[in-house]
Design a protein around this ligand. Sequence first.
Ligand SMILES: [Zn+2]
Ligand SMILES: [Zn+2]
Length: 719
Amino acid sequence: MGQRRLSNAQSDDLSKRPASGQPKKKSNIAALNQTSTRKGEVFRAQRRTSENVNVRASQHMIDVPVNKSIYNGYDGRQFSTAEWKRQPRTKGPVLKVMPIGGLGEMGIGKNMMAIEYDNDIIVVDCGFLFPGSDYPGINYITPDITYLLENKHKVRAWVFTHGHLDHIGAFRHIIHQLPAPVYGSKFTLAMVKRTMEEATSGYEPAYNEMDPESHERVQIGDSFNIELVRVNHSIPDATAVVIRTPMGVLVDTGDWRFEENPVDGKKFDLERLTEISAKEGILMLMNESTNCESEGTHNHGEPEIQASLGQVMEKYPSNRLIISCFSSQLHRMQGILDEAKKSGRKVAFAGYSMIQNVEVGLRTGVIKVPKDVVVKMEDIVKMPDGKVTIVCTGSQGEFNAVLNRMASGAHKHIKIKNSDVVVFSSNPIPGNEKYVVRTVDGLMREGSDVVQNGKSHLTGVGPLHLSGHGYYDDHVKLISALNPTYYMPIHGEFHMLVHNAELAEKECAIPRSNIFVCDSGDVIEITADGAKKNGRIPVGGIMYDDSGAVVSEVVLKDRIHMSQEGMFVVVLTVHKGSGRLLTSPDIISRGFIYLRDSEELMNLMRQYLKQKVQRSFGGRRPDMDQLKKELKDEITHLLYDQTRRTPIVIPVINEIGGGGGQQQGGGNRDNRQQRGNNRPATDGQVKPFAAPAAKKFPPKQVPDSDAIEPRAKADTRGY
Ligand SMILES: [Zn+2]
Ligand SMILES: [Zn+2]
């Protein structure tokens, strides 16, 4: 992430200036002559701002030729793009393993892996990534599929490991561009179909359910044969994918943990993977990295969490119970339903994604609702407190989720009261700690009891959550059992990938030269002679906002720039013939300074603008583009001189009179993209207004899994 190379910002070093300095060039505008800031200084300040904006807005880009980890495939040496081009082309049949997303990104998500041989490509997973508050107004980022579009005719199948959004979220935006049949387990496909309800393309792929229990195999194109193998994870029906290729067997683990007593009784089928390893050998293992840095193994399972939830119901027999967890944690919900039945409570589900996922769970039979336990939210208000259990979204402290709305009084049916008990059956995703704290504070301010995971010493209750990903010892166990020839850590931030590689080398005796730490976009080529890293394919991301619309990088940069420095607009209305200012210049400031508190600066600005217009128009019509550029530079100079800020500056010139008004410059805020469209029609005809058809907007997407959850509790105190 953020690997775009930029020169370091230089501060203005006064000591390096010539002592006397060259005589400052006099301007014919008084305001400019009064400034004490040099042009170069303003220029450097602007460059610092734009570098800062660029760095922040390119965290989703990976464009180094190759990383320099010792597992980079070249013993830590960096290959330049030029060196690559001199490499001889690989001859003969070649199997290509290409992570398109999910490796070394700005967070965990966007998981997508393409496997190519001859005329066939299969794609495993197609998720999106939540960039968080670093990217203002961006809901999620989907993978760049340029390479696949160029090889569209080869794409034979989509395979999904499980139904979390970091694995399936981008699919609805992509499938119509790369149509091919879809494969996955029953519940996984049901989750994919649910996301497809929000697709706008109208394209429906063919879904092929595969049964991991029967070790069913499916031939894909001429080159591949796939099989799903059961794993355990924090969502039902998760699988690894075994891909048989002409070069050997590849295994993509998907997300996994080992569980002694899974809620549905379906254990991680390590036996089957071991059998494949023994009989066929495993050419390459692509193993997820999320929690490989966490020591040891899980010391509890879902049954212990269910018991803790039962304990809460027992401990507070006459209180309303509100339990918050991830919306795709359906086995947790089964536990809640069973415990509620035992203690004679009713359960209501609240929150859009929660209700949607419970419906998928019911449809596919992964959860079974005991008789007379589930009720609607509107009915639960009439019941005695001791009978009420609400299961809702908001465990990450999301502002608009049910939990926060109940605390703030914004929820339609429920307002938190001081006898309520709120259980967080989850851990905060790193980065969300402060939002969770804000929610907990809000709930406790209303007087309710809050029971959180990892605080058993305060509440006497726990454990209340279990990560969906295996820990260090679990990884050692899996890799040792499969004993692959080549090893590729996937599904992780860069540090996780490197630690996963170290673990495989140290604990499982995989030779360093057979381990590949890749960034998204790296290509691993496997031939009869072995595997090597060779080349890159284009990767990156497409950004979407809450309404499901694509947001361009320019818009993101503007947002970041504005969020830091604000914007400043001046509107000049001049007479077309004489160039006289017809009104006093309009000045608009947003997020920069409050105009009413800045009278001096405003007077200076007006004085400058009046003089500037006089000098520029003096008897002839100036080059408007040149004038706007000068206005922009000089206003920036004045503002920096007075405030040391570099807001976005937009000058607008309206020419009025002498044959109709004409607006020059960015009348609207988006002048960079819409320049040329903002001129009124000159033929004098008013075009009939055609109202756009009513649009359907998908709901905002929210994280449905603990995509990242380091075991070591982060100390969130800043002191
Ligand atoms: Zn997952
Ligand atoms: Zn995942």
